[in-house]
Design a protein around this ligand. Structure first.
Ligand SMILES: Nc1nc2c(ncn2[C@@H]2O[C@H](COP(=O)(O)OP(=O)(O)OP(=O)(O)O)[C@@H](O)[C@H]2O)c(=O)[nH]1
Ligand code: SF4
Ligand SMILES: [Mg+2]
Length: 427
């Protein structure tokens, strides 16, 4: 499985034919990375390009459709552009300066800027100069005027997107102004050095062969990087749940062995589905969390308390209230799938609530989120942190409390376990 790599997402947005795709090509150093054409509306949907740029590192660039097409199709394209901007760390607003020299208010550009800033995307302005004949003083005058009209004090840069020599200047401009915030959330906040970390990975018939799941893979990589020693243990959940003493001993013997070792046992991370057992079996003085809680903390940029707070919504839920169960990917469902089977069953059996549950799988969110009293989100391991963040902002905007599968599964079996599984991240 490909390793998850920290990368920034940069989008180009602006009017049709402003030169957005040409800028993507300039940045990539490849003339034909994206299709460039004089035909208006050449880019009809968001184009995604991954690249390594010297001076910027690993980036994902989103080239978007023009925002000023006024038709039913144009509306769809605009929606996709807004989505891209809202998922970006950095948004470039691309403006054809000469064509727009008489633009009174840049209203559509301002709308994009507003959305970007709301979703914590930084914004920079690129004025694309289509003519090389204009004197520099004239360009500077127009740039100042346009900046005044945009009125937000955003850094801007003038260039000719077709001039391949400008790539370095563009990269310098980005490096100067782009602050990579929030990129350094520690997946497992343990100090580097000595010690074992036990990863409990129950497997069943549906577990994919020849690879670990992404959160398990990420955890192991992070521990190795810190010179800690990941120990992988497969718990037989069926046996464990049937109070099989041999299975319990197998687990506890390993825990004892690691604890008594010179290096010591620093932490246990379990699959959240096994939390009912592992929470009971693990001595209280051993730090314990779940892969799902680890992911929620990481994906939300350290905002784990938002999900903890979301659990409070259960106390005011009533029969027939609507809740939303959300997963970012549309994976194959096993017979006792967490989202569609286990969580609804636990809500009914343990809380005695008859809720109306809607499901949202994949990237699109339901239109009217405000009708939900609570959202339960998966760990989001298949998404960018930026995409995950956008979903959380949308829920917040709609006033919907949100919690996470892993926290819910810990809480439903033992409310006190929430404090335990979040403790390691509360530093
Ligand atoms: N002379 C000149 N032409 C440019 C420049 N940037 C873009 N063009 C031309 O303008 C046209 C549109 O460029 P694109 O990069 O496709 O513009 P876009 O914003 O991606 O357009 P859509 O995808 O249709 O929204 C193409 O014919 C480009 O060759 C520039 O800086 N100078
Ligand atoms: S993105 Fe969500 S649903 Fe998909 S595998 Fe990861 S945690 Fe599960
Ligand atoms: Mg284009």
């Amino acid at each position: 499985m490909a390793k998850r790599k920290e990368y920034s997402i940069i989008s180009f947005a602006g009017r049709i034919n402003a030169g957005k795709s040409s800028l993507l090509n300039l940045l990539s150093g490849q003339k034909d990375f994206a299709i460039v054409d004089a035909q208006p509306g050449t880019t009809a949907d968001t184009v995604i390009a991954r690249m390594e740029i010297h001076g910027l590192g690993s980036i994902k660039v989103l080239d978007t459709a023009g925002i000023d097409e006024y038709s039913k199709l144009g509306e769809k394209k605009r929606k996709k552009t807004y989505e891209a901007v809202e998922e970006s760390d950095l948004t470039f607003i691309v403006i054809d300066l000469l064509k727009n020299k008489d633009n009174k208010d840049f209203a559509i550009e301002k709308e994009v800027i507003k959305r970007a800033l709301k979703h914590k995307s930084q914004v920079l302005i690129i004025y694309n100069i289509f003519s090389s004949k204009e004197p520099i003083e004239k360009i500077t005058e127009l740039e100042n005027l346009a900046n005044q009209k945009l009125g937000m004090g955003l850094p801007s840069f003038c260039l000719n997107a077709l001039n391949g020599n400008k790539q370095k200047e563009l990269v310098n401009f980005i490096s100067t102004y782009f602050k990579k915030e929030n990129q350094n959330i520690d997946l497992i906040p343990l100090k580097s050095g000595k010690g074992y970390v036990l990863l409990n990975i129950p497997m069943d018939e549906e577990t994919p062969a020849l690879r670990l799941l992404r959160p398990q893979d990420m955890a192991a990589e992070k521990l190795l990087r810190k010179y800690l020693i990941p120990v992988l243990f497969r718990m037989d959940l069926k046996k464990a749940r049937s109070d099989n003493q041999a299975e319990k001993e197998r687990f506890l013997n390993l825990v004892k062995h690691l604890r008594n070792s010179k290096e010591g046992l620093k932490l246990i991370i379990t699959d959240s589905q096994a939390m009912d057992i592992v929470g009971k079996w693990t001595p209280q003085n051993i730090p314990l969390t779940t892969f799902s809680v680890m992911m929620a903390n990481y994906m939300s940029g350290g905002n784990l308390n938002l999900f903890v707070k979301g659990l409070e919504a259960f106390s005011s839920l009533q029969d027939n209230d609507k809740i939303l169960i959300m997963e970012i990917c549309n994976h194959n469902r096993k017979c006792d799938d967490i989202g569609t089977k286990q969580i609804p069953r636990l809500i009914k059996e343990k809380l005695g609530l008859k809720l109306k549950i809607d499901f949202s799988f994949g990237r699109a969110l339901p239109e009217n989120l405000s009708k939900y009293k609570l959202a339960l989100h998966c760990g989001g391991c298949m998404a960018d942190r930026q995409k995950y963040g956008r979903r959380i902002v949308k829920l917040k905007e709609a006033g919907v409390p949100v919690t996470n599968y892993g926290l819910f599964l810990s809480w439903i079996h033992n409310p006190k376990a929430v404090k335990r599984v979040t403790k390691i991240f509360q530093r």
